[in-house]
Design a protein around this ligand. Structure first.
Ligand SMILES: *Cc1c(COP(=O)(O)O)cnc(C)c1O
Length: 366
């Protein structure tokens, strides 16, 4: 069976070899006579699976022992509450609003303490990342519990090409759609979190990586549910309750696939090349218009549109006929979005660009 060119924003493409391995092991996991789906999370076989997943991730992303790795549920959305409930100890945090998810994170945090919007891209319709200078300036007072950013804006197709320098204030980043897409300098952050379904595995697993020190200093807020208490989850090895066993197993396989395909440096090189092909097609086009401004363009999600919504619809319908799926833009922006996560190959992107050129030719002349 032919697989489509999958540009879905999430849940998204997974490496075919990972899916085939999981299929092979599904009914009888490594001679146990059971599926991984049927096995106790307290079994030694599953303990090995979760330990392996963590160890592989630590190797691939260079995560030192001073950071804890958690595999939780509830998506990145639950961490919009988890972050303030754990870290808003003095009652105030700074948020940078660069799109849909950072706005949701900011609004959720307001339920737990004082939230200051340090910068917003609303004025330009979120087509670029705001200037970092005022954020860095505000950090120097040192009174904020943390500064929250969304590093790659999945809906608008923008990303930070450099991180704000926050001094003593911990930087917290939602990295859902850029996790494992390029090297991660974890020591620049106090905490990062990512819903796995963009680049790291199936829906239902959220990876949280947090500096140990932040868990030791102070407890979570009294309103924090036990499940969301990072310190308790870290002490329980992410198993305060039944974790998403199958999801963690599949994430482990994706981490291994990343390691075997050049690691994060290899992923970045390929992602930059894939992004370059599409942005170059957009920049020379008279039919398509890129959404994100050049200095803020994402290498995970490429957003663009035609001159009219009717043309957008025609492009999306024609894509489907050619086995190109998932290019419809988010309803907040319209147009198109090509999500080019790690498992999307150069050949997939070449097929998309070839179709864009074909569409361009047939719509430029009339
Ligand atoms: C998809 C996404 C989310 C929401 O993730 P859920 O796992 O559905 O809660 C949050 N932030 C970013 C950057 C995303 O891409």
């Amino acid at each position: 069976m032919a697989r489509v060119h999958n540009f879905s924003a999430g849940p998204a493409a997974l490496p075919e070899s990972v899916l085939r391995e999981a299929a092979d092991e599904l009914v009888d996991f490594r001679g146990s006579g059971m599926s991984i789906l049927e096995m106790s999370h307290r079994s030694s076989a599953f303990q090995e699976v979760i330990d392996d997943a963590e160890a592989t991730l630590r190797r691939v992303a260079g995560i030192p022992q001073t950071y804890r790795v958690l595999f939780l549920q509830g998506g990145a959305t639950l961490q919009f509450a988890g972050v303030p409930m754990n870290l808003m100890r003095r009652g105030g945090a700074g948020y940078v609003v660069t799109g849909l998810f950072s706005k949701k994170a900011q609004q959720e945090a307001m339920r737990y303490g004082k939230v200051e919007v340090l910068a917003t891209g609303e004025g330009c319709g979120f087509s670029r990342i705001p200037d970092l200078a005022p954020i860095e300036q505000r950090a120097t007072a040192g009174d904020l519990d943390y500064i929250h950013i969304c590093q790659n804006n999945t809906v608008y197709g923008t990303m930070y090409h450099e991180l704000p320098r926050c001094g003593e204030v911990p930087l917290v980043a939602d990295v859902s759609s850029c996790f494992l897409s390029m090297p991660l300098d974890i020591e620049r952050y106090g905490l990062v979190y990512a819903g796995a379904q963009k680049n790291a595995g199936p829906a239902g697993v959220t990876v949280v990586i947090v500096r140990d020190e932040l868990l030791i200093q102070d407890p979570a807020l009294p309103c924090c549910p036990t499940y969301l208490d990072y310190r308790q989850q870290a002490n329980a090895g992410s198993m305060l309750n039944t974790p998403n066993t199958f999801g963690i197993y599949l994430c482990g396989k994706v981490f291994k696939w990343v390691e075997d395909h050049g690691g994060l440096a290899g992923m970045e090189a390929r992602n930059r090349e894939k992004a370059r092909l599409i942005y170059e097609a957009l920049d020379r086009s008279r039919v398509f218009h890129p959404f994100a401004e050049p200095g803020s363009r994402s290498i995970s999600n490429v957003t663009f549109r035609c001159t009219t919504p009717e043309l957008d619809a025609a492009f999306i319908a024609g894509a489907r006929e050619r086995g190109i799926e998932g290019v419809k833009g988010h309803r907040a922006v319209g147009g198109m979005r090509a999500s080019i996560y790690n498992a999307v190959s150069l050949e997939d992107v070449q097929a998309l660009v070839a179709y864009m050129e074909e569409f361009e030719k047939s719509h430029r002349s009339n």
